[in-house]
Design a protein around this ligand. Structure first.
Ligand SMILES: Cc1ncc(COP(=O)(O)O)c(C=O)c1O
Length: 402
């Protein structure tokens, strides 16, 4: 068989350039579950400060046991699409529990939040609609709007990050649109900032728009009982549509969902292409995710521990001389400038036994590369102190702190 060598050569050339630019991402292989500390191939135990395991449920016994039970009860997988060969009862149970948890009538699960976002926007958008997105929304929202625009010929726009005047002005210009939709992250993943949800809801009322919030970094994280951005602001039940992931605080496996009215869940079941042309969430994952939801419902103290840990780390890393972006979430980014500097700092921290990833362009804008710390309820105070010690050592070597 004649392989296309030119194609491979062009890929290799691009990869070599990434290496030369020192922006090549190396994969670190783990031999243990996500937890406060992980076993890293070739390094042994390292403290991890870059996982979305916010509540420490990745290795929670009840979550693991539920997955094993799911395998025994339902077998390895779904073997087709839900409407073609059947929907497992666990999907319905999980979707009911998720809807109740985030304060909506219904929800529909997808194999990822990426799929949920694409499955939502591209399915509901119609010609004549106007969809506007915060400039720092997650890539899955951006791509979902590109897809929606290509399919439906709706109009899309972007407002400056958390700039309510800009949002208002652009919605006013779209007065003639058939429908208006505002898309925002609940917590912005690279900044750790929280969306100004009460303002957004008011603006939506003033402009007859619907509000869609991706709460992937807020579900299980914000609010007294972990119900996300709406609970944080006391507006639970007031957001038209919430999307979120099962791959972060809720067990960390995979999967996502769209939550809203019964009609929305039904409509997406009928028309959303990831539902109609792709297998459903594996039942093992659905079982684990449901156990994770139950765990959070029964253990609000775990949410409090995450919030306390985040405050402690933020205060102490600031005291150590670093200037993290201000905020109140477990995402605590330390801006270092160029991508290569963020990668260097991350490598040096790993040498000190702390695994925390550096992010640069194109994930964040040029010149704003950062080391993004993510705190978990799984961390003990000793873990956090150890991490801060490593940051001090590396920060001093790099001249970031005095
Ligand atoms: C805000 C946001 N939305 C969606 C996703 C995608 O989640 P999933 O891994 O479930 O596809 C992420 C993951 O990084 C995210 O941060």
């Amino acid at each position: 068989m004649a392989l296309n060598r030119q194609f491979t050569a062009s890929l290799e050339q691009t990869i070599e350039q990434l290496k030369a630019d020192k922006v090549y991402k190396r994969l670190n292989y783990l031999d243990s579950p996500q937890s406060a500390r992980v076993q890293m191939e070739g390094r042994g135990e390292v403290l991890i400060l870059s996982s979305n395991n916010y509540l420490g449920l990745c290795d929670e016994p009840s979550v693991i046991d539920a997955g094993i039970k799911g395998l025994e009860l339902y077998g390895a997988g779904t073997a087709s699409v839900r409407f073609i060969c059947g929907t497992f009862a666990i999907h319905r149970e999980l979707e009911d529990a998720l809807a109740k948890f985030v304060g909506t009538e219904a929800s529909l699960s997808f194999v990822s939040a990426w799929n949920a976002n694409e499955g939502f926007t591209a399915t509901v958008a119609q010609e004549g609609d106007f969809i506007i997105s915060d400039a720092l929304n997650h890539a899955s929202i951006i791509d979902s709007m590109r897809l929606a625009k290509a399919i439906s010929k709706c109009t899309t726009a972007v407002y400056k990050h958390s700039d309510m005047d800009d949002l208002r002005a652009k919605l006013s210009e779209a007065k003639g649109a058939k429908r208006r939709m505002i898309w925002t992250d609940g917590v912005f993943s690279m900044e750790g900032a929280i969306a100004k949800l009460p303002d957004i809801l008011q603006i939506a009322r003033d402009h007859d728009a619907i509000v869609v919030v991706d709460d992937s970094h807020s579900t299980g994280v914000l609010g007294k009982t972990g119900r996300g951005t709406p609970e944080h602001f006391g507006v639970l039940g007031e957001v038209d549509v919430i999307t979120s992931t099962l791959g972060k605080a809720l067990g960390g496996a995979a999967g996502g969902f769209v939550a809203g009215s019964n009609a929305l869940a039904d409509y997406l079941t009928q028309r959303s292409r990831p539902q109609l042309f792709s297998n459903a969430l594996p039942p093992t994952v659905a079982m684990s995710a449901l156990a994770a939801v139950r765990f959070v419902e029964e253990h609000p103290e775990r949410v409090k521990k995450l919030q306390d840990n985040s405050r402690y780390f933020r205060e102490n890393i600031t005291e150590a001389g670093f200037k993290p972006l201000p905020g109140e979430t477990p995402i605590i980014p330390i801006i270092v400038g160029e991508t290569a500097a963020a990668i260097q700092m991350s490598d040096m921290l790993l040498d000190e036994g702390v695994f925390v990833t550096g992010f640069g362009f194109p994930v964040v804008p040029h010149g704003q590369a950062r080391v993004r710390c993510q705190i978990s309820a799984a961390h003990s105070r000793d873990d956090l102190d150890e991490a801060i010690g490593a940051f001090k050592t590396v920060g001093t070597k790099l001249g970031i702190i005095g």
